[in-house]
Ligand binder design. Structure first.
Ligand code: GCO
Ligand code: MN
Ligand code: MN
Length: 387
């Protein structure tokens, strides 16, 4: 059937996403936990490519070495049986009370060292499962109280941790690329490196910046009131879009983790179009979960819905690109002027002099309407199936 996902679409889910038990700060779980092996088989039946995990989604934090090995071998068996991959792994550096005031950025040197130890063990696990992308989401790396003066130190501590772990990865012969995942707040009042632009700026200060990129999440930029499509464009331009977390979110709400496309359908469309038009080849990870109202059937409806919406929007993007009227408006919008572009593209003494001497018809430039109302309406018509 059309819009049925296939492994070649590279859709992934986290164990923690479809495995979410529907707990929130005010309410107890509404669903039973699902075994990792069961999740792997179900996602495979639905057409996903792979499953991602935090260390403790699979191995409890207090497991002994032999317990760990038994758990991992049973999980690997499910991967082999289903053909599912583990493209991305990450560390839970936020649930345990030890990390209540941060992990890599904690003001306590003992907790920072423990966080690095835990991340090394988790990287070993991810590598054993075949992961090639390692995500750092610093959910607890933030503050409510800045009077301790940690904000500047935190950045330096984070840099030390990432430099250390990148070298560890290389010495082990792991093939990791690291993806930093920004979020403005929740669970901390303020999280360090709150948005994609902040992460991109920070990466340039690392010892091996080529190993680091970003894992932007739709909901996170939206929580900050920012434009996710713009953030992705900047990440693509920088060659840093290593991974992406797809979901949805109403601005100004708590962290909702809604099904992809559930809320901001036009932004979701423009996002899919950007990813497809630029040939994004990484994983499309749905970092979201079923509403707390749902039972297990609702969980799989949620998972199916994320993938189906992506594929429907992908088809809409192709339709948009093939729509002659839409493309004519875009062509007219992007006014070309070869001779002026050749002057302004790169600096030279003569280009500067020629540009200074050029006479512009400022009134005419200001009078022209670019046709965006019509273009946007045609986009809406197309999305609503009227074209
Ligand atoms: C969140 C985050 C997490 C991370 C995950 C993997 O808001 O809780 O998006 O789901 O993506 O920890 O890094
Ligand atoms: Mn999130
Ligand atoms: Mn995420």
């Amino acid at each position: 059937m059309a819009f049925d996902p296939l492994p070649e679409h590279h859709f992934t889910f986290g164990l923690w996403t479809v495995g979410n038990i529907g707990r929130d700060p005010f309410g107890n779980p509404t669903r039973q936990p699902l075994a990792p092996e069961y999740i792997v088989h179900k996602l495979s039946e639905l057409g996903a490519y792979g499953v991602n995990l935090h260390d403790n989604d699979l191995v409890p934090i207090d497991a002994t070495a032999s317990e760990r090995d038994a758990i991992v071998s049973s999980f690997k068996k499910a991967l082999v049986e289903s053909g599912m991959k583990v493209p991305m792994a990450t560390t839970n550096l936020f649930s345990d009370a030890a990390f209540k005031d941060g992990a890599f950025t904690n003001a306590n040197a003992q907790i920072r060292a423990y966080a690095i130890q835990k991340a090394m063990n988790s990287m070993d696990l991810g590598a054993e499962l075949g992961a090639e992308t390692y995500v750092f989401w610093g959910g607890r790396e933030g503050a409510e109280v800045d009077a301790g003066g940690n904000a500047l130190d935190a950045i330096a501590h984070m840099r030390e941790a990432f430099n250390f772990l990148a070298s560890y990865s290389q010495e082990q012969g792991y093939n990791y690329r690291f993806a930093l995942e920004p979020k403005p707040n929740e669970p901390r009042g303020d999280i360090y490196l709150p948005v994609v632009g902040a992460a991109l700026g920070f990466i340039a200060t690392l010892e091996q910046p080529h190993l680091f990129g970003v894992n932007p999440e739709f909901a996170h930029e939206t929580m900050a009131g920012l434009n996710f499509v713009h953030a992705i464009a900047q990440a693509i331009d920088a060659g840093k879009l290593f991974h992406i977390d797809l979901n949805d979110q109403k601005m100004g709400r708590f962290d909702q983790d809604l099904r992809f496309g559930a809320e901001n359908i036009k932004s979701a469309f423009l996002l899919v179009k950007l990813l497809e038009d630029t040939g994004y080849a990484g994983m499309k990870h749905f970092d979201a979960h079923a509403l707390r109202t749902e039972d297990e059937a609702g969980v799989w409806d949620f998972a199916r819905g994320c993938m189906r919406t992506y594929l429907m929007l992908k088809e809409k993007a192709a339709q948009f690109n093939a729509d002659a009227e839409i493309q004519a408006i875009i062509a007219a919008y992007k006014v070309k002027d070869e001779s002026l572009s050749s002057l302004s593209k790169s600096y030279s003494t003569s280009n500067a002099a020629a540009l200074k001497a050029h006479s512009f018809d400022r009134a005419a430039l200001g009078a022209r309407g670019p046709g965006l109302e019509r273009l946007d309406q045609l986009t809406v018509d197309l999305l609503l199936g009227m074209r």
